[in-house]
Design a binder for this molecule. Structure first.
Ligand SMILES: NC(=O)c1ccc[n+]([C@@H]2O[C@H](COP(=O)([O-])OP(=O)(O)OC[C@H]3O[C@@H](n4cnc5c(N)ncnc54)[C@H](O)[C@@H]3O)[C@@H](O)[C@H]2O)c1
Ligand SMILES: O=c1ccn([C@@H]2O[C@H](COP(=O)(O)OP(=O)(O)O[C@H]3O[C@H](CO)[C@@H](O)[C@H](O)[C@H]3O)[C@@H](O)[C@H]2O)c(=O)[nH]1
Length: 426
């Protein structure tokens, strides 16, 4: 099949590489010319394991192309897959400017039948709106089908997820595009979930809201464990053995960040309010998450009451391990709070040299702790788990290790005479 993917961001690029590898002819277009230019030369602007090699393989095989001629490509291709960003607005609702731009182009260029697939995460009612807008702009309903096909990939594991989906969701208005849609992906044993346009949109929001709920539940349980001197890891293990609960997404720590969970939670709340539906649970999930950083900072100030002029090292700045993505990273929020309190902040991250005023970034993790009063682990990169704690101790001025992802073996840290702090970790 010939597919035009609009948006060469995280989802656009990973999906383009996978679909080209599945045997389709794929063109990935973006309005950012410099991005397209470097992609044409095989330079991939994001870090995702395996993506660089896959993109270059497909470019060589002539199955994957890049272009900044957005309009021409949309006109030329029979299947349009929209993967543009849908960022949060100040009130928490989704900014649909980029979706609107693409719909405008589709409306002005469609004169033969097209399947228009929305992969971007969009609020309930958006795909219905796309359909109605095209009709209102004079495009005959015989000339298009709108499909809501949300994406569930995780950053850092994006290609694995695209090759091994656990479900494929298609929201449609009619059965007409189904035959073509079934040729799109490698499905394995994943079930198809066929639903309405709005049903598919809500499956995506419900998934991310549920994952966020699990994390906030874990964080609240860790607070209770802390108060009762119980190790939360035991609780997570106990909970996780029940298949009705499952062990995934029960790790406590600084809370959830990234480009999706916080944004989608806010957008879902906004969509509910627009229909006068109360969101007490979603509000509580957000509240717990918003107070996690304060909780860890309070833990730190029990040992270091005045943080002014203290040198604090933060290990891990990305929103989770395995990515270079800093979008809504809890580590960055933490760093900004430390700067506000007058700390001198040093950082180390295996992927990112942080460029932030007032922050000293180091490529070497041991060098980053030299003369520091405290070390905070903000992202659970595997490299941190295997640290030489005697080396850390010998370089630090102070002795506090605040494990804000509950990922370090506290016995190894304490053995070196360091003070180990965690929430729900004794
Ligand atoms: N990042 C993820 O892990 C992930 C996973 C599942 C779903 N999603 C959803 O997928 C969507 C895209 O996310 P992302 O992280 O890939 O976004 P992104 O911001 O990384 O990339 C979006 C790209 O779209 C381009 N673009 C915007 N408007 C355009 C236009 N009119 N024409 C051509 N190009 C245009 C931008 O230049 C940018 O390169 C969002 O709705 C997001 O919620 C993201
Ligand atoms: O037990 C856990 C698991 C995760 N997190 C945090 O939650 C955030 C999100 O993690 P994750 O869900 O792995 O990252 P994303 O790559 O943003 O993926 C989510 O968001 C995507 C975009 O919508 C969806 O496609 C994915 O299915 C969904 O997992 C990160 O800050 C993690 O540190 C925890 O605090 N505890």
């Amino acid at each position: 099949m010939r597919i035009c993917i609009v948006g060469a961001g995280y989802v656009g690029l990973t999906t383009a590489a996978a679909l080209a590898d599945f045997g389709h002819e794929v063109i990935c277009v973006d309005m950012e010319e410099s991005k397209i230019e470097s992609l044409r030369q095989g330079k991939v602007p994001i870090y995702e394991p395996g993506l660089d090699a896959l993109i270059n393989k497909n470019i060589k095989n002539n199955t994957l192309f890049f272009s900044s001629q957005v309009e021409e490509s949309i006109k030329d291709y029979p299947i349009i897959l929209i993967a543009v960003g849908t960022p949060s607005q100040e009130d928490g609702s989704s900014n649909l400017t980029f979706i609107n731009q693409v719909v405008e182009v589709i409306a002005s260029t469609t004169n033969v039948y097209k399947i228009i697939i929305t992969k971007s995460t969009v609020p309930p009612g958006t795909n219905e709106w796309i359909h109605q807008t095209l009709v209102a702009k004079g495009i005959n309903e015989d000339l298009f089908d709108v499909v809501s096909n949300p994406e569930f990939l995780r950053e850092g594991l994006a290609l694995w997820d695209l090759y091994h989906p656990n479900k494929i969701v298609f929201g449609t208005k009619t059965n007409r595009p189904l035959k073509e849609l079934k040729k799109l992906y490698v499905r394995g044993k994943a079930p198809y979930i066929f639903t309405s346009l709005t049903g598919a949109e809500l499956i995506k929001y419900a998934s991310n809201a549920f994952l966020a709920t699990k994390i906030s539940f874990a964080n609240e349980m860790a607070r209770i464990c802390d108060a009762y001197d119980v190790d939360y890891a035991d609780i997570a293990k106990g909970l996780g053995t029940d298949p009705r609960i499952g062990r995934y997404f029960l790790n406590s720590g600084l809370g959830f960040g990234g480009s999706c969970l916080p944004k989608d939670l806010s957008s879902l709340k906004h969509s509910a309010i627009r229909k006068n539906v109360e969101t007490k649970l979603l509000d509580a999930v957000r509240e717990v998450n918003d107070t996690q950083i304060k909780l860890y900072l309070n833990k730190l100030t029990t040992e270091v009451p005045d943080l002014t002029e203290k040198q604090i090292t933060v290990w891990g700045v990305t929103f989770k391990p395995g990515t270079d993505d800093l979008r809504s990273s809890p580590a960055i929020t933490l760093i900004n709070k430390l700067l506000e309190k007058g700390c001198r902040v040093h950082t180390h991250d295996p992927m990112v040299q942080l460029e932030l005023p007032g922050v000293h970034s180091h490529t070497d993790k041991y060098e980053s702790v030299t003369n520091s009063d405290a070390l905070i682990i903000a992202t659970e990169w595997p490299q941190f788990l295997e640290s030489d704690w005697s080396e850390v101790k010998s370089r630090m001025k102070g002795s506090i290790v605040l494990d804000a992802r509950n990922c370090i073996d506290e016995k190894l840290v304490r053995k070196q005479g360091l003070v180990y702090l965690g929430v729900g970790k004794q």
